[in-house]
Structure formats: C-alpha cells, structure tokens
Design a protein around this ligand. Structure first.
Ligand SMILES: [Zn+2]
Length: 314
C-alpha cells in the first residue's frame, strides 16, 4: 500500500458526496470497529462510498490521483518514454513485456504492458513518444500501471500540452526497493564513510583519465582536471538498511560543506550520524558488490511540526 492512498480516497469521496473528510474518517473507523478490524481503512472507505451511492467506475482521473485501490479508472496520458520490448520465458513459452512512461499535467507514471496486442502497437510504431493514449481496465501495482489482456489501450486525438515530465519520487520502504525505482524514504543515517575523491573533465564532467604526468578526457584531450567528491553512508528506515551514495554538489544537503579540513570533516560526520531525514534518489544495482544501492539526489529535513499538524488534522 502506497502511503497517502487512504488520504486520496477520502478526498475523492468528500468531493463527490459533500461529506467532509473528518466525518468520513469517523465513519470508516466505525465501520472497521463493527467488522472487528478485518477490513483495511482503504477497503472500509470503499464500503462507505458505496453506502453514499458513489461509484468511481469508469471515472477519468489524473496521474497524481492514482492509488493502488483504484479499479476501472480511465487515464489519459502522453507517451514521454518507451523502453525496448523485452522477451522472457514463462512456463517454457516465450513472452514479452514492454514499458512506457506517460505524463499528464499533474505527474508521470510507468506503464507496463503484458499483452501481445498492446505490445504490437509499440512494435508497429503506432504507440510512440508524443502519442496520447487512453488506458482503462488496468491495475495499479507498486506505483506502476499494469495492463493485462483485459485492459484497454487506445490512441486518442486528445491534445495534452505542458505535461509534467519531472522525475517523480515515490514514498517507499527500503524493503520494497526495486532497481531503477525513484524513491523517497524517511530514514536514519546509521553509518558514514570518509569521502572519496575522483577527477573529472572541467568541460563535460566525465571521468578524467590519467595520462603520463597529467590527465586527459576522451572528448576534450589534455585537461587540468577538477577534483570531485562522493560519500557513502548507510541508511536505515526500520525495514532494512541500504548503502547510499551522495555526489559532490549534493553533499551540502546533508551538512557536509568542508571536505578539506580533517577536524571539521570529523565534526560534520558526527553530526550526520543518527540524523533522520527524507532522502530521494534512484535505486540501482552496484555491479561490484552485486547488491542494491541508493543514489541520493535530494535530502530534506524532517519537518516535525508540519508532520504533527498533518496528523492532528486527520
Ligand atoms: Zn571532457
């Protein structure tokens, strides 16, 4: 279950019924008590919606409104990325899978196609970057849209301008991480390693290659390299730990501003240890260790006052 799904459902029911969220939440809890807690909050919210005569079937929604409880929604998005079709063996038979990314003005999302009829649309070039598609009868799993043989994929003439193509980080637990996830976690720094330095080309920022007594770039020839740093640390969100990396420009976001002075570096490292923050980044496989690592792009302070206010308002 993606965090915030329950909240999204309440907002939707509130919009359609005119009953405020607090009252809906009370009814949901009452329903759950009556059913001895055998039903999830999300499930109970659906029951309350049905009692209010509200149906979400065949409703057009925006990508930002997607939640894993939704069924029978209709989604329109512009294709902003297409991955090559992959083949794999299932039950001794060759099967195919294809990935797309679609965007609307609110957000973007990965779409996974499992049905040969849909995949043929990609192979034939009917579905490609810039095309606007309409999806229905799909399911939402792990923040992705999955289309099986009962799902529908249509090309539409609808125009979609100003789509949101910026990277979307999904709130996740480390134990649910999969390679290439863009995730946000709330975690503690439990281990901090010393910075490591490397040299890059000042022009293109690619790794500088040692050559004779100097350095060169495969593109820019002989160069005077720039020194860059990275730091490894271990994050723990209570479900698991993960080895994480933060590169040069991002280091200040976790309070590392002085790499030169050993004393001040030690102090900065000590300050970091045990600190809880929101970390956003990309999950990838470290080929050397053959395990997952987290390439951190952003670190934000945990705003405790804001969180408390949010909880009290529920
Ligand atoms: Zn270069």
């Amino acid at each position: 279950m993606v965090d915030g799904d329950y909240e999204k459902i309440l907002v939707k029911i509130s919009e359609k019924s005119g009953v405020n969220k607090e009252e809906l939440n009370r009814r949901v809890e009452a329903k759950r008590t009556k059913l001895s807690g055998l039903i999830s909050r999300e499930g109970a919210a659906q029951v309350i919606a049905a009692e209010l005569g509200i149906s979400f079937d065949n409703e057009k929604i925006k990508i930002s409104e997607l939640s894993s409880n939704l069924r029978k929604f209709i989604l329109v998005g512009k294709v902003i990325d297409v991955s090559p079709v992959r083949t794999f063996q299932r039950d001794g038979k060759e099967s195919k899978v294809a990935n797309l990314k679609i965007a609307d003005e609110t957000s973007n999302v990965k779409v996974v196609l499992w049905d040969d009829n849909h995949i043929r649309l990609i192979e034939g070039g009917d579905v490609g970057i810039g095309k606007v598609i309409e999806i229905s009868n799909a399911s939402v799993r792990g923040g992705e849209i999955h289309l099986g043989s009962f799902s529908e994929l249509k090309i539409t003439n609808q125009l979609l301008e100003n789509v949101n193509t910026s990277k979307v980080f999904q709130e996740k637990k480390i134990s649910d991480f999969k390679p290439s996830d863009n995730a946000t976690i709330r975690a503690f720094v439990v281990q901090v390693f010393d910075p490591r330095f490397f040299d890059v080309c000042p022009e293109c920022k690619k790794k500088a290659i040692p050559e004779g007594s100097g350095f060169s770039c495969s593109e820019h020839g002989k160069i005077i390299p720039e020194k860059r740093a990275l730091m490894n640390f271990v994050l723990d969100d209570g479900t698991e730990t993960i080895r994480s990396v933060l590169f040069h420009d991002g280091l200040s976001k976790i309070g590392i501003t002085d790499l030169e002075n050993a004393d001040s570096l030690l102090k900065q490292k000590q300050n970091l240890l045990g600190k809880e923050m929101f970390f956003s980044g990309n999950v990838r496989i470290n080929k050397f260790f053959n395990n997952q690592e987290f390439i951190v792009e952003n670190a934000d302070e945990v705003d405790l006052d804001g969180l408390i206010a949010k909880i009290e308002n529920k």
